[in-house]
Design a binder for this molecule. Structure first.
Ligand code: PLP
Length: 311
């Protein structure tokens, strides 16, 4: 793994990620008025890049921002960030911020703002400690509820995360790895950085409402179809989670991750589930085979790199 902490594209130039900043009066900071997406690169290849870009545009439309760059430019910037950082395995963030309002003040008419685009590549990470991918994660059912879609459309990938962070404190204080949040209606939604699944009676089930529709979640549906497994969405309660045969997470940060403990209770016999293992193996095998992948090298335009080295 490279020593680099990452490379960012910010204010229309590339820089070490630690040097990338936004003005404190930018509504992205003062109001979390920003949407984003996170795409993984493994072994030098993006996964489902166009699906992530499509979701990014949906998020932008939801909050009414328009990236001031074309999709071809976004692909180029993402590839440049990974390449300049020297990462074989990475997560690349793309953000569209509201940008400063007319006159540069921190309040006003959001329609006057000049939207900005930021990207950065950081080393690949797992949303739970990496050894849990083998041994199984400890998930905590938090008291804090997920902000309802009627207030914040969770299908738009956003940074309004006070609920997720409060829940994370609950989980960590309890000695668990990560929280899962119920909706205000009492149904399982998701956790910080992942969707949640159960296996019961041979069926693979995930919630359908009040959550981000993860690209990995979509991938799990695809993998289930390939593996001949029945998959569906359903309202799930905390009891459904506790009583499941298997529980797992799906995320760009780790793929398919087994859960072996939910709050104070082991899931089934306390070992990672067989269906979970099958889906996780298939996830990484299909990626290695090049399924829905785009090599970073195929996107790199030499003239962009040359222009940068002349800067
Ligand atoms: N839910 C939330 C709140 C997330 O932030 C994420 C990813 O960051 C996910 C679910 C999983 O989505 P994906 O599979 O696209 O990584």
């Amino acid at each position: 793994m490279s020593e680099s902490a990452g490379i960012a594209y910010c204010n229309r130039r590339y820089m070490p990620v630690d040097e990338a900043t936004i003005p404190i009066l930018d509504p992205a900071f003062t109001k979390s008025d920003v949407v984003f997406d996170a795409v993984s690169v493994w072994d030098g290849a993006f996964f489902r890049l166009d699906d992530h870009l499509a979701r990014f545009h949906d998020s932008c439309d939801t909050i009414r921002v328009t990236p001031p760059v074309s999709d071809d430019e976004i692909r180029q910037i993402m590839a440049q960030c990974v390449d300049r950082a020297g990462f074989a395995n990475s997560v690349i963030y793309i953000l569209c911020t509201r940008g400063r309002y007319a006159g540069g003040i921190a309040f006003g008419d959001p329609r006057t703002a000049e939207n900005e685009f930021i990207a950065y590549a950081v080393p690949y990470y797992w949303i739970v400690p990496k050894d849990r991918v083998e041994t199984g994660a400890h998930l905590w059912i938090a008291e804090t509820r997920r902000a309802p879609d009627a207030a914040i459309n969770q299908r738009a990938k956003n940074f309004n995360r006070m609920d997720l962070t409060r829940a994370q404190f609950e989980a960590l204080d309890a000695g668990a790895d990560a929280p899962v949040l119920l909706s205000t209606d009492g149904f399982i939604t998701e956790g910080p950085g992942f969707n949640v699944w159960i296996v019961r009676d041979g069926q693979v089930v995930t919630p359908g409402d009040n959550l981000l529709e993860g690209i990995t979640r979509r991938t799990v549906f695809d993998l289930c179809a390939m593996a001949g497994l029945e998959a569906a969405t359903a309202d799930l309660t905390a009891e459904d989670l506790r009583g499941a045969n298997e529980v797992f997470l799906s995320s760009t940060g780790g793929g398919v991750i087994p859960v072996t403990r939910v709050s104070d209770q082991a899931v089934a016999n306390g070992a990672p589930g067989l269906t979970t293992g099958r889906l996780s193996d298939l996830y990484w095998r299909k990626r290695a085979e090049g399924w829905l992948t785009t090599p970073v090298a195929d996107l790199l335009q030499p003239e962009v790199a040359e222009a940068a080295s002349a800067e």
